[in-house]
Design a protein around this ligand. Sequence first.
Ligand SMILES: [Zn+2]
Length: 452
Amino acid sequence: MDYVKIFIERLLYPAMNLVRGNRTLEYLQKMKKTQYASRAELLSFQEGKLSALLLDCVKNVPYYQKYDYLEEAIKLDPLGALNQFPILDKETFRKNSELFFNSKLPESERIENYTGGSTGEKTRFFMNRETVEHYEAARWRGLSWHGITPGSRSVMLWGNPIELSREDQKKYEFKEKWLKNRVIIPAFALEEQSIRNYVAKIDAYKPEYIYGYASALDAFAKLMRIEKLNFKCTLKAAVSTAETLYPHQRENIEKAFGCRVVNEYGARDAGILAYECSAGELHISSDNAIIEVIDFPSGKEVPCGKSGDVVVTDLNNHIMPRLRYRLGDEVILTERRCDCGVNLPLMESIVGRNDEMLHTPGGLLVHGYLVAKIAQSHPVIKRFQIIQKEVERATLRIEPAEGRNSADIDLFVEEVGAHLPGVAIDVKFGERIEASPSGKFRYCIGMGDKAR
Ligand SMILES: [Zn+2]
């Protein structure tokens, strides 16, 4: 019996609600009802929240006050009125961020956060507890579709959260273990030598699920397969987050871990936007956010079945609202219905993030995934990373597997080059390709927004 799980679910969460006013479980209960609502009910729920948000924006958020002429339109048809607001890109937000604070809400309620951004520029934004707790509730709802509850024991494959002193590290580990029923395995330290110990550690700990970046789970799975290791414990799921999960990664992880992979789609600055259900479909958290798929540069809405940029309006963040915020991800929506019982609308697929795209001088757009696919058919490549900072050139870092000859590597480089006409490829060998401090193994670092 998992006593920590019982402690967390029966005592800790209710106490957090009583003492600290944490409403995550309350939101979770509500969201478990909305997931079965009819489309008409869901629409009316969205309209209610959106109307309150937009009216708050035009009254109290300096950046949006110039749209106060939309007040009547918002009251009549909030979804229609939303279209009258401009799409907000990250740069405009960064430059004007002070104007996005709600002047009616106290500063003390602001919770600060950052997104990294591959191009190095950090975006600072703020949420309040209501927002964060809704994100948490959306995650627990998604996990509930796989029999996972807030106290379920887990292992997290992650980066080092912060540089902690030894004492703080111990405190942190204690909190993780006893208050979250979770241990963390540092994703950046994965190597052949350590994998056996980690697998043994996980077997002894018997988690219900493993949570991590797609690339970290994939790297772990690869090492398990190289060392011919399997888990003895039974996992309910491997939950992949924060990065695009590619089919070859899913296959790799499922084979090595012996469990299903569940995709969580979200963004630090937009929360949990979609979650994979038991039938393998991605259900959108439409009760938390409005997702539009837009074509650029036309700014027109893209129909279901076609890919476009995600533009998100968080319905709970009143402290620093960002309307129609462009995340930099490309997705496809679908009108299909899922037969798992959950009624939330579906996302057909996540095509990828803009910064995973490579560009050629001729205007060709090549997905980094293609390079990963090529690498898969060349066992000589243990790890690689392609970095493009300017259109004319890219650096291809290669960490070869042992005992392979250079002709195999040349073939790989040649094949990659053939897909990137006009791009000079500088090859760099030998250095160990490590995960970023956050724990992600990024194999493609494109130019992102700078390409436009
Ligand atoms: Zn479903």
